[in-house]
Design a binder for this molecule. Structure first.
Ligand SMILES: NC(=O)C1=CN([C@@H]2O[C@H](COP(=O)(O)OP(=O)(O)OC[C@H]3O[C@@H](n4cnc5c(N)ncnc54)[C@H](O)[C@@H]3O)[C@@H](O)[C@H]2O)[C@@H](O)CC1
Ligand SMILES: Nc1ncnc2c1ncn2[C@@H]1O[C@H](COP(=O)(O)OP(=O)(O)O)[C@@H](O)[C@H]1O
Ligand SMILES: [K+]
Length: 499
């Protein structure tokens, strides 16, 4: 799904109105119904609901929401900011609501009343139309709402937060939930914004998505529909050669677990065969834990010192648990220089690269690098002030290096050499556990070996990793799940997505 800017969504709005011969007021009603559908499923009738509405269409949504909630028996107290004129749809919904209940006007800060405890708050002050710093009466209301302990539900976006770029001012609603219309907005993917958005949820308001076909966006959201289209059938007349042969160069004394996690994940995601090149002391561990893997044994017991023969493999992954011994660094350099096909490069291999930036030119084009934020900082040779700067540095690096950067974290960003970014839709905080990244490296390398393009292998891999993590969390809990659980639950992904 494309991620559109506020202006592009407005364009899609107009397209929908024209295509369906409906008014903007009718579309507003649909948005209100979608919000209320979510809201009534997740809250109780018991508490009074205070709805704060601005002068624009976000406020119009709020007023329409208030009408719908009253009709469903909720106790609702609506407020409208009247520091200037209202948009026509906002005004239309205000006169409708005023026939049902008293609506308190807020013209200046003096009109603000004390907000009690133990109510629910719906924030419909400002939406995607935000175009300047929030000050005056809007800022005063936002501060007052934020100062209470009440649960806050933001309509479309938390008021004061720009949809498409980071806010610089202070007056922003800190919502517990953001119920966003039709598609996620770019700002929902930035970790610094979690304090404002809380948990976010997409509700369908029936915009006609074919109207977005010609709209260009550098950002997209990898959801289940995208994956269904991407995943390929396993042919009936197949053999293990059909599904690729992976070489994994991994492990060092004390970190053999990383090699086993990645190797097992390679097999659990459908690759035909995996050969793991490990230091000598890891043989018993890896062979016992994964009898299905073939071993290539390094002459050194503790670290990898020799590059095995790389001919005949469909994909090569390097880095998990490797350590950064100078001999191991030499192996990475030799691999980079001698490889033509894209590699998967993770963990220690990324840190070795960060210490030897002149090797970057040897990385085969379209290789997949999977840094977590700290590894990206090392690679970039700088500290990032915020998640916006981090994302944009990843974009700059992916373009310059002509590689795919998988910037890991919640909503992992898969950044293409073109600069296009695909945010992932699966996963949960239970994935923040030791070894989880090793599992991801295995999965991506496996898909690459099976003939998926590097771009698809990276997106599929990240999605499947998160999907397995979600399945694991349902049984083991977020806190209780460990990296090997992610591997064990990988088949759930194929059960749901394989043809
Ligand atoms: N798909 C869509 O686009 C739909 C949008 N709808 C709603 O419409 C909203 C967008 O509505 P609008 O474009 O009217 O904009 P808003 O309601 O977000 O803002 C209203 C007005 O506030 C003014 N404003 C901007 N920044 C301000 C600031 N810092 N302080 C004070 N005033 C400020 C602007 O001039 C704008 O006209 C969406 O967020 C959504 O809630 C829904 O009604 C229906 C469908
Ligand atoms: N809060 C989170 N929500 C969703 N996924 C997360 C979260 N935190 C981490 N992850 C995922 O877990 C994995 C962690 O990888 P990494 O940091 O390399 O771990 P390790 O080095 O321990 O293997 C990544 O795929 C990342 O996207
Ligand atoms: K809002």
């Amino acid at each position: 799904m494309k991620i559109l800017t506020a202006a592009q969504i407005h364009q899609l709005d107009l397209y929908t109105q024209e295509a369906e011969h409906i008014t903007s007021l009718a579309l507003m009603e649909r948005a209100a119904e979608a919000f209320v559908g979510w809201f009534t499923k997740h809250t109780s009738l018991q508490k009074e609901i205070w709805v704060f509405c601005g002068r624009g269409n976000n406020g119009g949504d709020g007023l329409a929401i208030a009408c719908l909630l009253i009709n469903r028996g909720y106790k609702v107290k609506p407020f409208i900011v009247k520091s200037g004129p209202l948009t026509s749809d906002c005004a239309a919904n205000l006169s409708r609501l005023e026939k049902m209940v008293a609506v308190t006007s807020i013209v200046t800060e003096e009109d603000l009343v004390k907000i009690p405890a133990n109510i629910l708050i719906i924030d419909a002050l400002l939406g995607s139309g935000l175009n300047r710093e929030v000050t005056g009466v809007y800022a005063a209301i936002i501060d007052k709402i934020n100062a209470t302990e009440n649960k806050v539900y933001a309509v479309d976006v938390p008021s004061g937060l720009y949809s498409d770029y980071p806010a610089k001012h202070a007056a922003i609603i800190t919502a517990d939930h953001t119920i966003t219309f039709q598609m996620p907005k770019l700002m929902l993917f930035l970790s610094d914004h979690e304090a404002f958005t809380g948990a976010w949820h997409i509700v369908d308001i029936g915009l006609k998505m074919e109207g977005a076909a010609d709209i260009v966006s550098d950002y997209s959201y990898t959801d289940a529909a995208v994956i269904h289209k991407m995943i390929r059938k396993r042919p009936v007349f197949s053999h293990k050669g059909t599904f690729g042969k992976v070489l994994l160069i991994a492990g060092s004394k004390g970190m053999m677990g990383a090699a086993t996690l990645a190797a097992k994940s390679i097999l659990r995601t459908g690759a035909g065969l995996v050969c793991v090149h490990i230091p000598g002391s890891g043989v018993d561990i890896v062979q016992t834990l994964i009898p299905e893997a073939i071993l290539s044994i390094d002459p050194n017991k503790e670290v990898v010192t020799v590059l095995p023969d790389i001919d005949g493999y469909s994909a090569i992954g390097i880095g998990v648990g490797l350590g950064e011994h100078p001999y191991t660094a030499d192996v990475l350099e030799e691999l980079l220089v001698s490889s033509v096909d894209p590699l998967v490069i993770d963990a220690s291999a990324l840190n070795i690269l960060a210490s030897n930036p002149h090797w970057i030119t040897h990385i085969p084009p379209n290789s997949i690098l999977t840094p977590h934020p700290r590894e990206l900082e090392r690679l970039a040779g700088m500290k990032f002030q915020n998640s916006w700067e981090r994302l944009h540095k990843a974009i700059e690096m992916a373009k310059k290096m002509q590689v795919i950067i998988v910037l890991k974290g919640a909503y992992t960003a898969v950044v293409m050499p073109t600069g296009v970014v695909h945010f992932n839709s699966t996963g949960n905080s239970g994935l923040a556990t030791a070894g989880s990244g090793d599992v991801l490296t295995g999965i991506i390398t496996s898909f690459l070996a099976q003939g998926y393009s590097p771009a698809d292998a990276a997106r599929l891999g990240v999605f499947a990793h998160g999907y397995a993590g979600d399945a694991a969390a349902e049984v083991k809990s977020k806190a209780g799940m460990i990296a090997s659980d992610i591997t064990e639950y990988l088949p759930m992904f194929f059960l749901d997505f394989e043809e």
